[in-house]
Design a binder for this molecule. Structure first.
Ligand code: AKG
Length: 321
C-alpha cells in the first residue's frame, strides 16, 4: 500500500495561488482522483479551528446547549462548521483551492456542504468502500463531478482516509458490494495518514473509505463542492442535506465576488422554505421534552417557595446574576 508521502506533497504555499502549482495539482487530481495539498493555513488559523471544533464536541446538542449531533454509534457530527471560526471560511475559499476547483469542476461549482466529525476508536468496519451518492441517478445519466476538500484537525496515525487511486469517473457512485470489493486494484490503495492540518482533495466518485481499525479518536472536516443546478437525489432533498450554507457575518469581511459566488450568496436553488424534518423524533426525544417541562415547573416552584420563606424571615432575595 502507498501512503501520503508517496504522492507529491509540497510543503508550503503562500495564500497567493500560482497558476503553475494549480495546474500541476489539478492534473494530478485528474489522473488519480485524489491529490494532497500543501499547507494552506497558518498554525494560528489551524489552532482557532481546532479550538472551535473541540468546543462543539464537548456535549450533545440539546435545547439551549449547542454541540454535536449523534445519529450513528461511531461518529459525532459537527454540522455547518463555517459558523465556528474564521479559519473554516478561509480554507473553503482559499485561492489555491479555488484555482484547482475551477479547473476540475468548471465555472459553476459552489461549496454545498461544510461539516466535520469526530470518529471514535473502533475495530468495526462500519463505513465500507464507496463513492459518494448525491445526484439523482434516476434522471442524471452523466457521471457528475463533485470534489471533497478534507482536512484533519488531529494527527492521524490510524483510521486514515483510504482511496483507490484512479477509480474515479468510471461509474455512478454507490456503496460497493462484496463481489466488487474483491476485484478492486488494491495495489493502488493510498492511505492518507498525516498530522493535523493535512489537507487533500478527492473526486467523490473515487472508491474511498475511512480506514479500519481506528485506534484513537480522529477529528476531520469534509467540504463538498459541486454544481448546485444538478438535481439532488431524493434522500438528500428529504433530509435537506444540501441546504444553502449557514454562515457567520463575523467571518464574511473582504470577500471577492468570486468568493461570494463559491459560498452560494443569493442562490436559492436548494432552499426549502419552512423546512422541518419529515420523520418523527424518537421516543427518547419526547421523554426529554416532557422531563424538561417538569423540571422547569419544579424550578419555578422552588423559586417561589424560597421567595416566600425570605419574605417570612425578612431576608433580601439573592441576586441571581
Ligand atoms: O472519514 C473518512 O475517512 C471517509 C470519509 C468519506 O467516506 C466521505 O466523506 O465520503
Amino acid at each position: 500500500m502507498r501512503n501520503l508521502r508517496e504522492i507529491n506533497l509540497p510543503t508550503n504555499f503562500s495564500s497567493k495561488a500560482r497558476p503553475a502549482d494549480a495546474n500541476r495539482l489539478a492534473t494530478e487530481l485528474e489522473q488519480n482522483g485524489v491529490v494532497a495539498l500543501p499547507s494552506l493555513l497558518t498554525d494560528e488559523q489551524l489552532r482557532g479551528m481546532q479550538h472551535a471544533f473541540a468546543a462543539k464536541l464537548k456535549r450533545l446538542r440539546w435545547n439551549q446547549f449547542d454541540g454535536y449531533q449523534r445519529t450513528e454509534p461511531y461518529r459525532l457530527m459537527v454540522e455547518d462548521v463555517l459558523l465556528l471560526d474564521q479559519g473554516f471560511v478561509d480554507l473553503a475559499i482559499h485561492p489555491l483551492v479555488q484555482e484547482i476547483l475551477s479547473r476540475y469542476l468548471g465555472a459553476n461549482y459552489e461549496l454545498t456542504e461544510a461539516k466535520g466529525w469526530k470518529s471514535l476508536p473502533t475495530k468495526k468496519d462500519f463505513h465500507g468502500w464507496h463513492g459518494d451518492m448525491w445526484y439523482d441517478q434516476n434522471v442524471e445519466t452523466q457521471i457528475h463531478r463533485e470534489i471533497k476538500l478534507a482536512m484533519y484537525l488531529t494527527d492521524v496515525r490510524s483510521g486514515a482516509f483510504n482511496v483507490i487511486k484512479g477509480t474515479h469517473q468510471q461509474q455512478h457512485p454507490h456503496n460497493l458490494k462484496r463481489a466488487e470489493i474483491k476485484d478492486l486494484p488494491m495495489d493502488r490503495r493510498i492511505e492518507l495518514k498525516g498530522p493535523a492540518g493535512t489537507a487533500f482533495l478527492f473526486d467523490t466518485t473515487v472508491i474511498h473509505r475511512q480506514g479500519v481499525p481506528m485506534l484513537e479518536p480522529r477529528q476531520a472536516i469534509f467540504y463538498a463542492y459541486h454544481d448546485p443546478r444538478v438535481r439532488i437525489q431524493d434522500e438528500d432533498v428529504y433530509y435537506n442535506r444540501y441546504h444553502p450554507l449557514l454562515l457567520n457575518a463575523a467571518f464574511l469581511g473582504g470577500l471577492s465576488p468570486e468568493d461570494q459566488r463559491v459560498l452560494g450568496f443569493g442562490n436559492k436553488t436548494n432552499f426549502q422554505p419552512a423546512f422541518t424534518r419529515h420523520e418523527d423524533p424518537p421516543f427518547i426525544y419526547r421523554a426529554y421534552c416532557a422531563s424538561l417541562g417538569i423540571s422547569l415547573r419544579w424550578e419555578q416552584f422552588c423559586e417561589r417557595m424560597t421567595a416566600r420563606w425570605r419574605r417570612i424571615l425578612g431576608k433580601q432575595p439573592a441576586n441571581r446574576y
